[in-house]
Design a protein around this ligand. Sequence first.
Ligand SMILES: Nc1ccc(Br)nc1
Length: 446
Amino acid sequence: SSSSSSENARFGRSGSLSSIPPPAQKIDVNPPKGTRDFPPEEMRLRNWLFHNFREVSQMFAFEEVDFPVLESEALFIRKAGEEIRDQLYCFEDRGNRRVALRPELTPSLARLVIQKGKSLSLPLKWFAVGQCWRYERMTRGRRREHYQWNMDIIGVPDVTAEAELISSIVTFFKRIGITAVDVGFKVSSRKVLQEVLRYYSIPNNLFGKVCIIIDKMEKIPIDEVKKELRSAELSDEAIEELLQVLSIKSLTKLEEKLGAAGEAVADLKQLFSLAEKFGYSEWIQFDASVVRGLAYYTGIVFEGFDREGKLRAICGGGRYDQLLSTFGGEDIPACGFGFGDAVIVELLKEKGLIPEVGPQVENIVCYLDPDLQGAAVSVATILRGKGQSVDLVLENKSLKWVFKRAARINACRLILVGSSEWQKGEVRVKNLSTGEQYEIKVDKLE
Ligand SMILES: Nc1ccc(Br)nc1
């Protein structure tokens, strides 16, 4: 037809107005509330962070595992009043099953260990980096998903396991430029709490609930904490004694209070002694108020914090020797930690340690003459066959456009496929950092 291309465009190929649908209602192009996209620049930073998680995990000879993001809701139903339970991202699926987006990875790990049972040779040293979810009223505007690095040791009852885990986190911090001046670990044991509750004959089934109340100590007024402890059937005397013990910040004073015979003091003394051997004594401090907010911890607990006190806990973990039996499995001693991908980035920003992770491509290949498109494809394929990264300019673009793109993708060198060189079986190469230019046979490219 003789109509101009713009008229064609308006009428489309069939040339009739009726075939063009009205513009669709524009969708919301943002990700769902509380979730993030990872466009290239953000994805490079995330990959840098996860690469360091994996490098440290493998340095400590841990094996990577993963689990479904979607789990049976039953895996996370605990009755200790945990926030993680209140914010469970759960729903009924089309098969009328109660399911949940995992809020943490440890229950899935416990499920897999039970599933594998006797086929596993202990100890297990497993790590995972997985997306975890919570459904929080957007009134607080917080995120609903984050990625968590977990390392877990299953089958080692000794405190050496917890000491090894803390060493792996210290190793990670050092790799990314964080020092003991920036960050520390508050370390305690839930056996401290256990010994006080036992002294006051508080039944064991209240242990988890009391831990969760205590964990809120820094977040809600102390009178509210006391009120919740009273509702958990603790006497005023037990509450006062408990709060007094939880304010202890020296192992010596703890020993004076509890005596040297109990497991809490013995475990903590061993951990601090091992810290010397691992070389991270300056990173850790005893703080009896640390209990962590997960009901299943039974022994040593620890959390990484920024010494300026501006941020939420960076990471946290501890021993959970009785988790498997809550799922009907045989108990196996275990400990582990979770390390989120958000607070650490806030800390790196604070410290000016966000790495320069720009794009990097070895070659950009372009053709100057429309007839040389096939030649450019063969040059790119030869280079890729040699293991080189190539950005192939897919259309016949001006040199100005090519140089602009080369700068944006940070290409090391430009390969120009031009007719005069191609007739000699050559291409023109320009080193984009030195400016050096030369012609070379294609099969000599390396
Ligand atoms: N457990 C959990 C899950 C997701 C986020 Br964001 N924070 C905590």
